[in-house]
Design a protein around this ligand. Structure first.
Ligand code: PGA
Length: 255
C-alpha cells in the first residue's frame, strides 16, 4: 500500500505486554467501540498475537496491523527472528523500525535500521520509523541535528517513491514511559524541523504528505493538545494503548 496523502494515525505500541487472550480482548473492545475515526488506527501487537488480532481488524478499513520489529535479512539461519515475508504473509501492513528500546537494548544502529527499512519496503510493508533524542542531547540543545542524522542515515537513501510509504514517529527518549510528555510546542518545533529536513531532501510536496506522529507519554488527557499542532499527525502510544477507553479517547482527539 503506497500512500500519497497525509494521513492522521494513532498507533498503539503494546510492546511486550498482554497474553494472547488479553491482546485479543483489547483489540476487540477497541474495534467494537470505534466510532468513525478521523485517521488510521494501528495495533502494533506482539508477533505471537498478529494472526489473532488480524481476524479482529479484518473488514475495518481504518484499522491496521503492525509488527514491532522485523529482521534485516530476507530469510535464513537466524533462529528466533521474524522476516518481513512472514509478516506480509499475515497481512501486516506496518512495522515499527528504530524504536528507542530496540536501539538501546538490542544495539540497533542507524545503518542496521536502514537495512530493515529496505526489507520492509521490498515487501510493501510501511515502516513507522521512530526517531528521537535522549535527555542529554536535549539539554545540550543539539536535538534537531541528532534527529536529522537519524533520518539521514536510515531513510534518506530511499527514492522519493519509496519514501512516500514511510511514517515518522518522533519520540523523545526522555518522554517514553516516564510520564514526562514533550510540550505541544516542543513537539511542534521538532515535527516542523523534521518536515523541513524531508522537504530539503524530497521536496515540499512529499514533505507535506508525510505523516509525523508524536510518541512519549501521550495519553487521553494530553493527546488533543499535542494533535492540535499543525505538524503533529497523530501519535505512537505505549502505556495508554493498553487500556481500551484511554486509547479510544486518544483516537477521538485527532483533529
Ligand atoms: P509511552 O510509550 O506512551 O508509554 O511513553 C511510547 C512508545 O514507546 O512508543
Amino acid at each position: 500500500m503506497i500512500k500519497n496523502m497525509r494521513q492522521q494515525i494513532v498507533a498503539g505500541n503494546w510492546k511486550m505486554n498482554t497474553t494472547l487472550q488479553e491482546g485479543a480482548e483489547l483489540a476487540r473492545e477497541i474495534v467494537e467501540r470505534l466510532d468513525q475515526p478521523k485517521g488510521l488506527v494501528v495495533f502494533a501487537a506482539p508477533f505471537t498475537h498478529l494472526t489473532t488480532v488480524q481476524t479482529t481488524v479484518k473488514g475495518h478499513i481504518n484499522v491496521h496491523l503492525a509488527a514491532q520489529n522485523c529482521h534485516q535479512e530476507t530469510k535464513g539461519a537466524y533462529t528466533g527472528e521474524i522476516s518481513v515475508d512472514m509478516l506480509a504473509s499475515l497481512g501486516v501492513e506496518f512495522v515499527l523500525i528504530g524504536h528507542s528500546e530496540r536501539r538501546e537494548y538490542f544495539k540497533e544502529t542507524n545503518a542496521l535500521l536502514a537495512q530493515k527499512v529496505d526489507q520492509a519496503l521490498s515487501k510493501g510493508i510501511r515502516p513507522i520509523f521512530c526517531c528521537g533524542e535522549p535527555l542529554k542531547i536535549r539539554e545540550k540543545e543539539t536535538h534537531v541535528n541528532f534527529v536529522k542524522k537519524q533520518l539521514r542515515e536510515s531513510l534518506f537513501h530511499l527514492t522519493p517513491e519509496q519514501f512516500k510509504s514511510v511514517v515518522i514517529a518522533y519520540e523523545p527518549i526522555w518522554a517514553i514511559g516516564t510520564g514526562k510528555t514533550a510540550s505541544s510546542q516542543q513537539a511542534q518545533d521538532m515535527h516542523q524541523a523534521i518536515r523541513k529536513a524531508i522537504a530539503s531532501k524530497y521536496g515540499k510536496r512529499i514533505a507535506n504528505a508525510t505523516s509525523i506522529l508524536y510518541g512519549g507519554s501521550c495519553n487521553a488527557a494530553n493527546a488533543a493538545e499535542l494533535f492540535s499542532q499543525p505538524d503533529v499527525d497523530g501519535g505512537l502510544i505505549g502505556g495508554a494503548s493498553l487500556k481500551a477507553a484511554d486509547f479510544l479517547q486518544i483516537i477521538q482527539a485527532l483533529k
